[in-house]
Ligand binder design. Structure first.
Ligand code: KG4
Ligand code: ZN
Length: 342
């Protein structure tokens, strides 16, 4: 079975072709990031995002077909991100996918964006096996989930306010790093000195598996305001203090979640999963605790079409098709959609 995946929930258009033959193979994937376009505005402009998705989707489809040596007629199903995300951006992918599926007379599979992130480590050469605990840390979400199979997700804990990626982005903005700030802040933090800027570890000892990151951003704002002028080294020290605080909380809660679940595998997914310091500390502490940690490949940490194609294929294999071939052609996007309802 050949599954086309389409991701368009925010500021990346991603397409991919995944074959379920030979245990599952990603045949091709292509991505266009809108970062440069939104940079001038300091953040994502939803209307511009939608229009750009329209421009990119056909050339990217042509590219994945050419790269894989496949033709449109060979596609057996079209998976697309149905939500959560920006309504207009989602509509582009959904309309395109449903139209293509109707024209090809194949099923379409609406996919939950976070489910895509959560299953993305299955694209790695050494994938985890069900069941596992997943730490999902993206720009919009921070959750700990117990995953027992495709479509079986139990929420263990989540952020009460800002998501981890959002905290990275907002703090980066405070330090003058522009949009999107997460990766730039992480880079700056590498030049920062440890323990010079001490910031709180929110909810570290709360006794539950929830997070709260908005206070951390405010603590950084206070530090920045205390300084009349800020040198490059001071900015790096603050970035280091921020990253150390957030990483300590994420690592500690993730390991606690695994311990309380009785499982032995942890999957880390979402854009913040690309953070090298998070990976370094998790690897070290998980090894001490006898826990195996799995990450998506770096290119599949942030938004991409491969994770949507994979999730669509797994849903189809599980017999979970929402829109069979020859369906009514009606569809909806779900800008807000809890994963536990997927
Ligand atoms: O998963 P993703 O691409 O989008 C959402 O579904 O939200 O995640 C994007 C988030 C952004 O907040 C970005 O700043 C953050 O991931 N991010 C990072 C790093 N790379 C991306 N945060 C920390 N360190 C990084 N290296
Ligand atoms: Zn995402």
């Amino acid at each position: 079975m050949l599954v086309l995946g389409i991701e368009s929930s925010c500021d990346e258009t991603g397409l991919a072709l995944y074959s379920t033959l030979a245990g599952g193979v990603l045949l091709a994937h292509a991505l266009h990031s809108q970062v440069r376009m939104h940079q001038d505005y300091g953040g994502v402009v939803p209307e511009l995002a939608s229009r750009d998705h329209i421009r990119r989707v056909v050339p990217l489809l042509r590219k994945v077909l050419a790269d894989s040596g496949r033709s449109l007629a060979e596609i057996d199903a079209v998976a697309y991100t149905q939500g959560p995300g920006l309504a207009g951006a989602l509509l582009v992918g959904a309309a395109f996918a449903e139209a293509l599926a109707t024209a090809l007379d194949v099923p379409s599979v609406p996919v939950h964006h976070l489910e895509g992130h959560l299953l993305s480590p299955l694209l790695s050469p050494t994938p985890p096996r069900f069941p596992f605990v997943a730490l999902l840390v993206s720009g919009g979400h921070s959750q700990l989930m117990r995953v027992t199979g495709v479509g079986e997700y139990g929420l263990m804990g989540e952020t009460l306010d800002d998501a981890a990626g959002e905290a990275f982005d907002k703090t980066a903005k405070l330090l003058g790093l522009g949009y999107p700030g997460g990766a730039a802040l992480a880079e700056l933090a590498e030049r920062g000195r440890p323990d010079l800027v001490k910031l709180p570890r929110p909810m570290l000892k709360s006794g539950d598996l929830n997070f709260s990151f908005s206070g951390l951003k405010t603590a950084v704002l206070t530090k920045v305001r205390e300084l009349a002028t800020i040198s490059e080294q001071q900015r790096a020290d603050i970035a280091r203090g921020f990253q150390d605080a957030i990483v300590e909380v994420l690592v500690s809660k993730a390991l606690r979640a695994v311990a309380s679940s009785g499982l032995e595998q942890l999957v880390v997914a979402g854009g913040v999963g690309a953070n090298r310091e998070l990976r370094r500390q998790l690897d070290q502490r998980a090894e001490e605790a006898g826990i195996a940690v799995f990450y998506p490949e770096f290119e599949f940490c942030t938004d991409n079409g491969a994770m949507i194609a994979l999730t669509g294929a797994l849903r189809l294999q599980a017999g979970n098709i929402s829109n069979p071939a020859g369906g009514a052609g009606a569809f909806a996007v779900r800008p807000r959609w809890p994963l536990s309802c997927a």
